[in-house]
Design a protein around this ligand. Structure first.
Ligand code: FE2
Length: 539
């Protein structure tokens, strides 16, 4: 073990893993030019980003043609054009295809060197009066941990408008790092085998994820609306660093900019990387029905987590939690959000797509529930310290909004003031959850939170060896009456359905990721009625 580092904060603590050894790359080789599939993303009412990557043996630029049609046979063409793939962008292709009809299902295809890609399906945003929108919401896809069966499920649906990815689209660890116990057996050894630090590293990792057949099936069937969380860069990132970034990882800015560059190359996101101020917060309008406002709670304006950094003790954590200057979004993004909310007051729903747990989550006393010597995905001494700390019944996930409680109150105030029916999406916590969001001085919710679980990352239940099954879940629910749903055991996805009358969250869970043979089931529905946010989530 070269060093140790603290990982993702979980229900009552953090995971500890070892980093890998530098540095062996696995080169891609195949006959198809379109080895990494095709994708679309960031739809507007008249445009969509089309994405692919051309795998060529030489370093010469390649001409690429793209076409969009109304039919899967690609006969009724509505837009087409030519572009080039070259080494400067790792032979990725990104086209902002405009002039498209609103609210339409469309098909697209690339051609390069006389080879045709598969035909992809996408959708533009609707305008005017819109009755329904249906979004798949996902987060935390860990390739070495197991198969992307959740992506396969989503690819099989024909009733969705888009996939909203809340981040941890890739993980940065090497072999022997987090969640890679089964990597070799599953044929999912991380590429490169080391933790990601350079541009080449991040490109290779994105390339590996894009070669996954289940990921390819999902991306070819729906437009993607994605924001990064921490693992696209490094664990528990904030605007000037990351808990997962140490001195021997090199310069933070260089690493972050490499990660961002690869992200913009490899993801169907509109825009260009712009160093330290790379903006990924943006809005998507579903006519008069909903505004989907995607936020960056990670890199743009987040101050350091209260329990991270040098010389942290209980006193410094307390004073950080009480410091009104500490922000999650940063002042500039907060101002942008307020403008978006004001602007979206003519839509029924204002949906915030953001990364981390919003609701306050008080840790239940784990001592009577958890065996400190039982099998856990974290080291024994860490498990023991989590159990010890849980006796205090305080929030413990300080990488989430619980680490920024005054900024959260400001967010609630903005939602109360400017939004009509605000709904917040979240991920990152490896847990399926729903909660009423209630400001400190109020007794009614100002918004509701729908959290999606993990695609394949380890689930929260793996941390705690319980004396009785589900006892930690039950105690957590009892401790936190505003939490209305909690499943800490299963991977899955959230289907968000918006109509003029209600906003519903449906959780679809799966039973395993170690095989492509799996079961899926509908686990839960919770909804809130338009105009009745104050009544909170209803069964
Ligand atoms: Fe994650």
């Amino acid at each position: 073990m070269r060093r140790r580092k603290f990982l993702k904060a979980v229900l009552a603590g953090v995971l500890l893993v070892a980093a890998g050894i530098r540095s062996r790359f696995v080169a891609a080789s195949a006959k198809s030019l379109f080895l990494h599939g095709i994708a679309s993303g960031d739809p507007t009412a008249d445009s969509v980003i089309l994405w692919t990557r051309v795998s060529v043996a030489s370093s010469q630029a390649v001409d690429v043609n793209w076409r969009i049609a109304e039919d899967r046979q690609m006969t009724r063409i509505v837009a087409s054009g030519d572009t080039r793939a070259d080494a400067a962008k790792d032979f990725t292709v990104k086209v902002d295809a405009g002039g498209l009809p609103a609210g339409s299902t469309l098909f697209y295809q690339f051609t390069a060197a006389d080879q045709r890609s598969a035909v992809g399906r996408t959708r533009t945003l609707p305008t005017g009066a819109v009755d329904i929108a249906k979004l798949a919401v996902v987060s935390c896809a860990n390739h070495p941990a197991g198969f992307f069966n959740v992506y396969r499920e989503i690819a099989g649906r024909s009733d969705l408008d888009a996939v909203v990815h809340l981040g941890d689209y890739i993980y940065e660890y090497g072999l022997n790092g987090y969640a890679s116990d089964n990597a070799e057996a599953l044929g999912r050894i991380p590429e490169p085998v080391t933790e990601l630090r350079s541009l080449l590293d991040y490109r290779l990792r994105h390339a590996q994820y894009k070669r996954d057949p289940d990921s390819q099936a999902m991306l070819a069937s729906l437009p993607l609306i994605a924001v990064w969380d921490d693992h696209e860069i490094a664990d528990n990132a904030w605007r000037k660093g990351a808990e997962g970034h140490q001195e021997d990882d090199g310069e933070w800015n260089a690493r972050r900019n490499a990660a961002i560059q690869a992200y913009f190359e490899w993801m169907p996101i509109r825009g260009r990387p712009r160093g330290s101020r790379s903006r990924i917060f943006r809005e998507f309008r579903y006519g008069d029905l909903a505004s989907l406002i995607m936020l960056d709670t990670r890199l743009y304006g987040r101050d350091r987590q209260p329990n991270a950094g040098p010389d942290v003790d209980e006193e410094s954590i307390e004073s950080a939690l009480d410091d009104p200057k500490r922000r999650m979004l940063g002042r500039r993004q907060e101002r942008w959000l307020r403008r978006r909310l004001k602007n979206a007051s003519d839509t029924t729903w204002q949906v915030l797509g953001q990364q981390v747990l919003v609701t306050e989550l008080i840790s239940a006393n784990l001592e009577p529930l958890v065996d400190p010597n039982g099998p856990s995905s974290i080291p024994k001494e860490l498990l023991q310290s989590i159990i010890e700390r849980s006796k205090r019944n305080t929030p413990s996930v300080l990488d989430a909004w619980d680490g920024y409680p005054l900024a959260r109150e400001d967010l609630y105030a903005d939602l109360g003031r400017y939004a009509t029916n605000p709904v917040v999406l979240s991920g990152d916590f490896h847990t399926n959850l729903a909660a009423n969001l209630i400001p400190k001085d109020a007794d009614q919710p100002v918004a509701v939170e729908f959290m999606t679980g993990t695609v394949s990352s380890p689930v929260l239940a793996d941390v705690f060896p319980e004396y009785e099954p589900n006892s930690v879940r039950d105690a957590t629910l009892e401790q936190n009456p505003s939490v209305k749903y909690l499943d800490t055991k299963h991977r899955g996805w959230l289907c968000l359905t918006l109509t003029k009358e209600r906003c519903s969250g449906d959780w679809y869970l799966i039973d395993n990721i170690l095989s492509r043979d799996y079961k899926s089931w509908h686990a839960k529905t919770l909804s809130v009625r338009a105009g009745e946010i104050g009544k909170g989530l209803q069964a």
